[in-house]
Design a protein. Structure first.
Length: 275
C-alpha cells in the first residue's frame, strides 16, 4: 500500500514540476507576475511532496534514502529544489531559479526511469553514521557545484549579449556579471570543504570497515581530483589570474567532470558500494 502511494506521489511531483517549469518559462517570456507566483507555489508543493516521499520511504525501509546511487539522485534533486526556493526568496533571481529547477526536474526524471535493484543497497551491517554523513556531504557539495554551474552558464550568456550589445527586455532580469561571480564564488566556497570532508570521512569508513581498500580507486581519485581542481581555480581567481568568461567556462567544464564522477566513478569503483 505504501509503495503504491509513493508511486502516485512521485507521478504527481513530476506533473507539478513540469507545469512549474512551463509557468516559469512563460513568465520569463511575457513577464507575467501571476505565472511566477503560481510557479513558485507549485515548486513549494513539490518540495513538500518530496519531503513526504522521504518520510514514507523511511517509514517503509527504516532508513534514510541515500544508501544507493538510485536514492542519491532523488536526494540531490530535493537539494536543488530547496536551493531554488531559497534563491527565489533571498536573492530574487528569476532565470537562475528557472535553470536550477530544470536541472532538478531532469534528475527527478532520471530517478523515475532508472532501474532499482536490491544489489544497489549498501548492506545494513556496513552502515554507520560516518557513512551517512559521507554520502550526505558529498551530495550537498554536488548541489553547491550545481549552483556555481548555473551561474557560470548564465555569466557566459550575459557576457556575450553585452559584448554584442543585444541586451533587451528578455535578458534584463538576469543578475549583473558581478553578482553572478559572487554566487559562483559562494557556491564554490561551500562545495569545496563539503567534498573534502566527505572524502576524508569516506576514506576513514572504508579503511575501518572494508578490506583491501586502495587509495588509487577510481572513485577516490575522481573525488580528490575534483576537489583539488575546484580549490586551484578558486585560488587562481582570488589572485586575479582566472577571471571573466574563462573562469565561468572552467566552472562549466568542471561540473561535467563532477557529473561523470557522480555516475561513472561509482560504476568503475572496485570497492565503492554506492553503485
Amino acid at each position: 500500500m505504501t509503495e503504491l502511494v509513493m508511486t502516485r506521489l512521485y507521478e504527481l511531483m513530476i506533473i507539478l514540476y513540469g507545469l512549474c517549469i512551463v509557468l516559469y518559462f512563460t513568465d520569463y517570456l511575457y513577464k507575467n507576475v501571476k505565472f511566477r507566483r503560481v510557479a513558485f507555489w507549485f515548486v513549494s508543493i513539490v518540495w513538500i511532496l518530496q519531503i513526504l516521499f522521504i518520510v514514507l520511504f523511511i517509514f517503509e525501509t527504516k532508513r534514510f534514502p541515500i544508501l544507493s546511487l538510485y536514492e542519491g539522485v532523488f536526494f540531490y534533486a530535493w537539494l536543488l529544489t530547496t536551493l531554488s526556493i531559497v534563491l527565489h526568496c533571498i536573492a530574487r533571481v528569476d532565470l537562475p531559479v528557472f535553470f536550477i529547477n530544470v536541472l532538478s526536474f531532469i534528475f527527478m526524471t532520471i530517478h523515475l526511469f532508472a532501474p532499482q535493484s536490491n544489489a544497489q543497497i549498501v548492506s545494513d551491517s556496513l552502515v554507520s553514521e560516518m557513512l551517512l554523513i559521507h554520502i550526505s556531504f558529498a551530495i550537498m557539495s554536488y548541489a553547491a557545484f550545481s549552483v556555481a554551474f548555473v551561474f557560470s552558464l548564465l555569466y557566459i550568456i550575459l557576457y556575450r549579449i553585452l559584448k554584442r550589445k543585444k541586451l533587451n527586455n528578455l535578458w534584463s532580469r538576469l543578475p549583473s556579471l558581478q553578482q553572478m561571480v559572487k554566487w559562483i564564488n559562494l557556491s564554490t566556497i561551500i562545495g569545496i570543504p563539503l567534498l573534502l570532508i566527505s572524502l576524508i570521512l569516506g576514506l576513514e569508513w572504508a579503511f575501518l570497515t572494508l578490506e583491501n581498500v586502495s587509495i588509487f580507486d577510481v572513485k577516490i581519485l575522481g573525488s580528490f581530483i575534483v576537489s583539488v581542481i575546484y580549490l586551484i581555480i578558486f585560488l587562481l581567481h582570488r589572485r586575479g589570474r582566472l577571471v571573466g568568461t574563462t573562469y565561468a567556462q572552467v566552472h562549466v567544464g568542471l561540473f561535467l567532470l563532477v557529473v561523470i564522477n557522480f555516475f561513472l566513478g561509482s560504476k568503475l569503483s572496485n570497492f565503492h558500494l554506492w553503485v
